[in-house]
Ligand binder design. Structure first.
Ligand code: GAL
Length: 351
């Protein structure tokens, strides 16, 4: 366990970096800027350390590229809300329309860009608890909300991320972690050859612009969105199928069937490094995003990043669920503690 400065954020805050390491030498670094995962390093099949998430070396770069959300905690409502409006208890609330007239990841004042507090560090159980307060109406949503993010690294190389939130008014709660994985290493280019399996037989298609769900929940069978068996991510990413064309690749919500229990949502595999990812959640959906909009730019240690250099598995309520009674609602009661858990566990193929 190490706690050090990550540098100033240019707004008067000193950002901290917390390192958790387990007996295997697996290591994660978490920044207090947006309670973000900055690195996740694991020994590959040759014993060399590979950092498998994209990121930056300093807080200023995270703020400069805030539309990418590398490793960030996203909320209060991850993903999209159509027309940037939500009605709660008969009152309509206006949100920031930061994406083609819609709200995406709750706009530029989101909790992803706040300097969070280190509330607790527990060396013996290898976890850190970060908190932030999202004031009433700051992002447009009602209620003063306390958000807690716990990052725990276990001895079986699992990073367990637990979000807890409580508000003093009925409001929307839909928190996710936006890590960008590349199992060959963050600096190794396109992820097309890495294999993915999703524990989802259905997905929520989107309209031609703005990636807003149509409200349908359709089978993946027979479409490029079928990842029910391991498939190379790049195999059908450019297929002549309107859903992948709209998004320039995968940027879709898949319907999980976990009934609110912590279960596998996805697995991914890289043959070159032998690194295998197991991802679990108790949330109803997961957004598979293949980094379609990562512009060419420089990241950690001078790495050159670009489109499709990573994939994200964002556990969540379905996009725009606030406008679709057929989707499970992310609107929660005042005083209710809302909990969402996501686990990213790394292993070697032969482990
Ligand atoms: C994803 C979203 C993408 C893109 C990305 C951040 O969750 O679905 O369309 O906006 O976040 O760059």
């Amino acid at each position: 366990m190490q706690r050090e400065s990550f540098g100033p954020d240019g707004r008067g805050n000193e950002i901290e970096l917390i390192t958790l390491e387990n007996a295997n030498g697996t290591q994660v670094k978490i920044s207090t800027l947006g309670a973000s995962l900055v690195s996740f390093s694991f020994k590959d099949k040759t014993g060399a350390m590979r950092d498998v998430v994209l990121g930056y070396d300093d807080p200023a770069s995270y703020l400069e590229h805030r539309d990418i959300y590398f490793g960030a905690t996203v909320g209060r409502c991850s993903n999209r809300i159509a027309d940037a409006k939500v009605t709660i208890g008969g009152v309509e609330y206006e949100l920031e329309a930061n994406s083609e007239g819609h709200s995406l990841h709750s706009g530029s004042k989101g909790i992803s860009f706040l300097a969070w507090n280190v509330e607790r560090i527990e060396e013996s159980e290898n976890f850190v608890v970060l908190t932030c307060v999202s004031p009433h109406l700051e992002q447009g949503f009602p209620g003063n909300m306390l958000v807690k993010a716990t990052y725990q690294l276990t001895d079986d190389d699992a990073l367990r991320i637990t979000y807890e939130a409580i508000s003093d008014k009925d409001t929307v709660v839909n928190l996710t972690n936006h890590s960008y994985f590349n199992l060959a290493g963050h600096d190794s280019g396109a992820i097309d050859g890495q294999k993915l399996k999703l524990y989802a037989k259905k997905y929520t298609p989107v309209g031609p612009v703005g990636s807003i769900p149509t409200g349908e929940i359709l089978p993946v069978a027979g479409t490029p969105l079928d990842f029910t068996e391991f498939k190379e991510i790049g195999k059908e990413i450019d297929a002549d199928f309107e859903q992948v064309k709209y998004a320039g690749g995968y940027d879709h919500n898949f319907a999980l069937e976990n009934g609110g229990e912590l279960e596998l949502m996805a697995e991914a595999d890289c043959q070159e490094t032998g690194i295998h990812l197991y991802a679990y959640t108790n949330c109803p959906g997961v957004q598979l995003y293949t980094g379609n909009f990562i512009g060419a730019h420089t990241g950690k240690g001078g790495a050159q990043y670009g489109p499709r250099h990573a994939f994200c598995l964002e556990s969540q309520y379905f996009p725009d669920a606030v406008h679709h009674p057929e989707f499970l609602s992310p609107i929660r009661k005042a005083g209710e503690v809302c909990t969402a858990i996501t686990v990213f566990r790394l292993a070697l193929d032969n482990a």
